[in-house]
Design a protein around this ligand. Structure first.
Ligand code: HDE
Length: 733
């Protein structure tokens, strides 16, 4: 048994360590003005990221169809021996079309198969050459194009966006000194500590090998069997069972590099760093039932959201920050910075904001860009370096290998437009399937004299070349084992749990209850309780009740009461409500209701809120029918004066499933969303439908006029979810 009270003591020393942070971490952000980001947003709206792929785009307008080799032709009928005859072998048009179709697919990603991407720009706040030689961080206002792909991990390419999962957050910077990828996640820690265990993790999480069930879900025996036998999973598991596993959108989540990396200056000084992308939209998550319903109602929920936000000029932004720690402090905090199952609490190493990333252009072609983008943690630039984290080290092999597989074995995948750097490529790599370049140098070897020695070797002092941090010292006897400094698996999941609000803790417990109640094997259930009990006896007891089992006895050696900042999703309000969605329930057959809906839409749109007017049938002023609408589509719902009959008298209609208008309100209320009504009659119908007494419902807005309701709805959207509506276990600690 490891961890326990010694790790508790180590955690308690944080306060003293905060005082001894390196001077660099305290460097003031030159753009500390809180309005900086808003100013940038306005500027950005009119100035989209330059399209670095434009030269590869194909525009078919005003063109005749041609063959793959450029000859004009028609391709709607195959060539036959007579009208009723069979197709001829000679028909090259048929063969070319069908043959290309047969080869359209490449293997989907082994993990992170389901995703969506977007282009944007990273802008550095300052010249950061005091901490890194990375050129994209080399000047205030310096701009670098980026392509970001968000994803879920376990599901296949056609799976639903809202499956509970860790979410990928992979960013490519097309820097002027080569491509740099941060292939990160929305959760700052990972399940395992050594890459060699990755196939085991993924085999346990993926659908069963016999019937391929269940898709994109961990609520099954093999996943929890692995989790409970491999306690390093506990921390990430707790994050995934919280709202972080079911974000409201890709835009409402943070991103993390997970591993500790290094910053290296031109003169070779290095520091340990952790990457953070902090969302400027604010963190927000769905609630579980809503996520489940969405999986059926709109499997594309997240990719549609990202696309729509960008199309409407509200492209999302993240602040790129780093935590910086002196090299010799790698073991100073009571855990090992090489251990990817640990966060560095912000109290120990504050975030230093380096720049802002804005996504503002959707891909032109999903396959060419989002499907073919091939990230690698090994895509690194001068000024950044790896650490010895054994998970990271293994990834450096895996991503190159997997890209070779996805490119059908061909080594030239870096030449595909989305993967090409914007800086020139000069080396002695040659040939291979799909070679796109015509190399003029006929002496492709080094050293050579016949080509004047070109291309030259670039290193720390010549040609601004990549170099490994000179301070890296690695030695030791060969061991096939993990470091004992990686042994504490329980104190940080507890730190995470302690740092959540009471209702968030309940959500997390309910998520474990949901997953564990799908388990068939009694021993696996008991093993799960054993592990959870090392994090918290309270959680173990509350999960055990739902499983009809006894929790193990408390083990106080493991427990501590530390908390840290920045982990809760629900303890603040959202900084912007632009792009959030409001459903206005109207009646297509009531002119007063439609006029009010129009006014609500006009008012709310001013803040960038997206309003959908719902009616029985489509007509001028009605955007959607009740038959196609439901609560998953909206972050808040308003009932117009004149539509109350749909909640009371007119619940049954051939135009929509029985009770649909009321159900939209009931579900919205149950999922914590603000609900509102204009006028006395609609207000009464609303309160009756959701079951609150007059004026008593938190986040239930009833106003005399549109203006008052708009104010209340906007405030409600900022709160996002009213947690007081959710039940918490009796006697919860
Ligand atoms: Fe990945 N991971 N991973 N992973 N990963 C892949 O590479 C792998 C890990 C992450 O949008 C694959 O291109 C191993 C951690 C993202 O295209 C594959 C290990 C983190 C993406 C692979 C890990 C990630 C991937 C599959 C254990 C967060 C999607 C297709 C050492 C820091 C990138 C591909 C995109 C994708 C291997 C663990 C993030 C198989 C062996 C930790 C965001 O190479």
């Amino acid at each position: 048994m490891h961890g326990g009270s010694s790790s508790m003591k180590r955690l308690l020393t944080w306060a003293t360590l905060v005082g001894s942070m390196s001077a660099v971490t305290k460097a003031a952000c030159p753009f500390a003005d809180p309005n900086y980001h808003l100013a940038k947003r306005d500027e950005g709206a009119s100035q989209q990221t330059e399209n670095i792929l434009e030269e590869y785009e194909v525009d078919d307008s005003n063109a005749y169809m041609s063959s793959d080799v450029g000859g004009p032709m028609e391709d709607q009928n195959s060539l036959k021996a007579g009208y009723r005859g069979s197709t001829l072998m000679e028909d090259w048009i048929f063969r070319q079309k069908i043959q290309h179709f047969d080869h359209e697919r490449i293997p989907e990603r082994a993990v992170h198969a389901r995703g969506a991407g977007a282009h944007g720009t990273f802008t550095s706040y300052a010249d950061w050459s005091n901490i890194t030689a990375a050129s994209f961080l080399g000047g205030a206002g310096k701009k670098t194009p980026v392509f970001v792909r968000f994803s879920t991990v376990a599901g296949s390419r056609g799976s639903a966006d809202t499956a509970r999962d860790v979410h990928g957050f992979a960013t490519r910077f097309y820097t002027d000194e080569g491509n740099f990828d941060i292939v990160g996640n929305n959760i700052p820690v990972f399940f395992i500590q050594d890459a060699i265990r990755f196939p085991d993790l993924i085999h346990s999480v993926k659908p069963s090998p016999d019937n391929e069930v269940p898709q994109a879900a961990t609520a099954h025996d093999s996943a929890w069997d692995f989790f409970s036998q491999q306690p390093s999973t506990m921390h990430t598991l707790f994050w995934a069972m919280s709202g972080n596993g079911i974000p409201r959108s890709y835009r409402h989540m943070d991103g993390f590099g997970v591993h500790t990396f290094r910053f290296v200056t031109d003169d070779g000084n290095s520091k340990l760093i952790k990457w953070h992308f902090k969302t400027k939209q604010g963190k927000a998550s769905l609630v579980w039932e809503e996520a489940q319903v969405l999986a059926g109602k709109n499997a594309d929920f997240h990719r549609q959201d990202l696309w729509d936000a960008i199309e409407s000029g509200n492209g999302p932004e993240w602040e790129l920050s780093v935590q910086i720690v002196d090299e010799e402090k790698a073991l100073a905090f009571g855990f090992d910075l090489l251990d990817p199952t640990k966060i560095i609490p912000e109290e120990l190493a504050p975030l230093v904001p380096l720049g802002i990333m804005k996504l503002d252009r959707n891909p032109t072609n999903y396959f060419a860009e989002t499907e073919q983008v091939m990230y690698q943690p090994g895509h690194i630039v001068r000024g950044v370096d790896f650490t010895e984290d054994p998970l990271l080290q293994g990834r450096l092999f895996s991503y190159l290998d997997t890209q070779l597989n996805r490119n059908q074995g061909g080594p030239n995948f870096e030449q595909i437009p989305i993967n090409r750097p914007v800086s020139p490529v000069h080396n002695n790599n040659r040939d291979g399937a799909g070679q796109m370049f015509i190399h003029k140098n006929v002496y492709p070897y080094t050293p050579n004299t016949l080509n004047g020695g070109y291309p030259l070797q670039a290193n720390q002092t010549h040609g601004k070349g990549f170099f490994t941090a000179p301070n890296r010292i690695v030695d030791g006897k060969l061991v096939r084992a993990l470091s004992p400094t990686f042994d504490d698996h329980w104190s940080q999941p507890r730190l995470f749990y302690n740092s959540l609000t009471r209702v968030e803790q309940q959500f997390l417990i309910n998520a474990i209850r949901f997953e564990a109640s799908h388990l068939k094997n009694e021993q696996v259930k008991k093993n799960v309780l054993e592990q959870i009990n090392r994090v918290s006896n309270d959680v173990a007891k509350r999960v055990a009740v739902a499983l009809g089992l006894e929790a193990p006895a408390p083990d106080p050696a493991f427990y501590h009461n530390n908390v840290t900042a920045g982990l809760s999703i629900f303890n603040g309000t959202l900084p912007t409500i632009a792009t959030l969605r409001v459903g206005v329930l109207a009646s297509s057959f009531n002119d007063g209701s439609l006029a009010q809906a129009r006014e609500l839409k006009e008012q709310l749109s001013k803040e960038g809120v997206v309003v959908t007017v719902v009616g029985e049938v489509l007509k001028e002023g009605v955007d959607q029918t009740y038959s196609a609408a439901d609560a998953t589509g909206y972050d808040a719902v308003v009932v117009t004066d004149g539509a109350e009959g749909l909640l009371t008298g007119g619940k049954n209609s051939p135009l929509f499933p029985a009770g649909r208008p009321g159900q939209i309100l009931v579900d919205s209320y149950r999922w914590g969303k603000p609900v509102a009504a204009v006028g006395e009659n609609a207000g009464q119908a609303l309160e009756q439908t959701v079951g609150v007494s007059r004026g008593q419902g938190e986040g239930v807005v009833v106003g005399e006029g549109v203006e008052q309701v708009v104010k209340g709805v906007e405030e409600g959207l900022r709160v996002f979810r009213y947690l007081g509506r959710f039940a918490v276990d009796e006697g919860a600690e």
